[in-house]
Design a protein around this ligand. Structure first.
Ligand SMILES: Cc1cc2nc3c(=O)[nH]c(=O)nc-3n(C[C@H](O)[C@H](O)[C@H](O)COP(=O)(O)OP(=O)(O)OC[C@H]3O[C@@H](n4cnc5c(N)ncnc54)[C@H](O)[C@@H]3O)c2cc1C
Length: 329
């Protein structure tokens, strides 16, 4: 569904499976109380609400959420929250935010039990949208938020106190895979365009499709898309079965994000000046594809986790087999 919808930029919006709402739906389904599901999940699924997920901060590395500096201090049955967030996708239209703040002050730095998730109804006093951050792919869509003395009732905690890090990690599993599915659509569109152009453009006595140099680009892209699809399907299968899916999702996210960038780049190469122009969608696709390599987990973070898991598999079992998909071959 995601892979079909994302063949156009508006497709996931039409089918209500766009980020961050889609990832938030999974999160609420898994972590919300029955009351929270009724109030927030149902309208989100029905397409009559919208949401954002507010974790990243300009002052600390988004790659390490244990460093978060947005604090929530308990005051009776309420919390007072102060902090600074940015790159919060969809915040300007969101009816609620899932906000990650630090609540546990007496745990050591780097502890995974320091953060808590809160559901914040929007708009509300203390939640100040100061600007839309302009990016490589244009203006708008990602907000910078200053949070000043925002008051939230205890019942707005999502997933239990101190579970903010776990909730964030759980959310990112299916959400990362959904990104991969949408990227498949973009990569396939780029390959279709590459082949179409190569069948029509004539140079030095033959069509580009007949040049070995171009055929290699087509073949590499086809092989990569095949690998991407298999990795996504296998990671999705693990999620469906309730198996530990973290390594497979990390490997898929890293591989698909990098394949996407390579395939769009090759398509631009085969189109020449036309590919660099804005007469085709390729230039815009390239601008959108770049963030895939660092948002929702930078390449290097996924590589770090994959390596850790591979080393652990070897030291635990004497073989790395478990860390390479744990497949029967
Ligand atoms: C289009 C877009 C939409 C986004 N939407 C949201 C959103 O809705 N909500 C939200 O909360 N955030 C959002 N983000 C933020 C995104 O999740 C962060 O950009 C991401 O987590 C990385 O954090 P950072 O930008 O602070 O980079 P940093 O953490 O500063 O990392 C910068 C670079 O340093 C390197 N690096 C960092 N740590 C390590 C390490 N341990 N080992 C090796 N190398 C390392 C990596 O190369 C990394 O790319 C969005 C970002 C973009 C671009």
């Amino acid at each position: 569904m995601q892979a079909e919808a994302a063949k156009t930029r508006v497709g996931p919006w039409v089918f209500n499976c766009q980020a961050p709402d889609e990832g938030n739906m999974h999160t609420l389904l898994h972590w919300a109380t029955p009351e929270q599901k009724e109030k927030y999940l149902k309208p989100l699924c029905n397409g009559v609400s919208s949401s954002c997920f507010a974790m990243t901060e300009p002052e600390v590395a988004g790659s390490d959420p244990t460093l978060i500096k947005t604090f929530a201090i308990k005051d009776g049955d309420e919390w007072i929250i102060n902090g600074h967030k940015w790159f919060i996708s969809g915040a300007n239209r969101a009816k609620f935010a899932i906000l990650i703040a630090r609540t546990e002050l007496d745990v050591p730095e780097g502890s995974r039990g320091a953060n808590t998730a809160f559901i914040v109804d929007l708009p509300t006093e203390g939640w100040n949208n100061v600007r839309e951050v302009e990016t490589m792919h244009g203006p708008g869509g990602h907000s910078e938020i200053v949070i000043s003395d925002l008051r939230v009732h205890d019942s707005q905690i999502l997933g239990g106190r101190g579970n903010g890090h776990r909730l964030g990690q759980y959310r990112l599993g299916p959400a990362r895979l959904a990104h991969c599915m949408r990227w498949i659509a973009q990569a396939e569109t780029a390959l279709n365009m590459m082949v179409d152009r190569s069948l029509k453009r004539y140079s030095h006595g033959s069509y580009l499709a007949e040049k070995q140099g171009v055929q290699w680009m087509i073949a590499d892209s086809a092989m990569e898309i095949y690998q991407c699809k298999l990795m996504i399907l296998h990671a999705a299968y693990k999620i469906d079965r309730g198996d530990d899916f973290r390594t497979e999702v990390s490997m898929a996210k890293h591989f698909v994000a990098n394949s996407l960038n390579r395939i769009i780049d090759r398509a631009i190469q085969v189109h020449g000046a036309l590919g660099y122009s804005t007469d085709t969608p390729l230039a815009n696709m390239m601008q959108h594809a770049r963030w895939a390599r660092f948002a929702d987990g930078a390449d290097e973070i996924h590589q770090m986790r994959i390596a850790e898991n591979t080393i652990k598999a070897f030291t635990d079992t004497g073989t790395t087999s478990k860390a390479t998909g744990d497949l029967p071959i």
